[in-house]
Design a protein around this ligand. Sequence first.
Ligand SMILES: [Ca+2]
Ligand SMILES: [Ca+2]
Ligand SMILES: [Ca+2]
Length: 184
Amino acid sequence: MKQVLQRRIDSTFAHYDVNRNGVIELADIYALADRLLRAFGEPASSERGRELVDAHDRFWELLVEHCDADRDGRIGPEEYRAAMISTFIEDGSFDADFLEVVQSLLDIADTNGDGRVDAGEFGVLLKARGLSEEECGLAFAHLDTDGDGAISVQEYVTAVRDFYTNPADNTPGSWLYPASLQLT
Ligand SMILES: [Ca+2]
Ligand SMILES: [Ca+2]
Ligand SMILES: [Ca+2]
């Protein structure tokens, strides 16, 4: 069980280390924002684009606050692993700032602005993350736990917690970063 969770933590580290230099830095987080802007066809200068970049700035601040123990602006795998275990596995409470970051992510994903992130909209986000078309459909079905056809902030953050704490297959969390995206 520990091994599954450890691999998941290491896999998200690899996902965040976009330039693959072995540490997570602000440049990596901006690269993630850029990938999403391109996926949603949104220029960085638009209102929605600026919101997305702001959300990534806040995400970076959260990462620094929780993970960057020596405050050098670089988060190494050991720092990341220790922080993830203490935040999700041992502590289990969510920072209000984290909820805000997820809210901004879902706001951006809601491209038609109807206040709901439906399967098509969520699929764009997952495809940017590297999921295949088929995986996007399966992931949506698992993550929409109340079956209302949309992903809510609550569903998303519950899945994040599940991802880091529950090693079982085919749980909502396991579909945030399915096996195909994980390090082997
Ligand atoms: Ca990096
Ligand atoms: Ca929508
Ligand atoms: Ca739902």
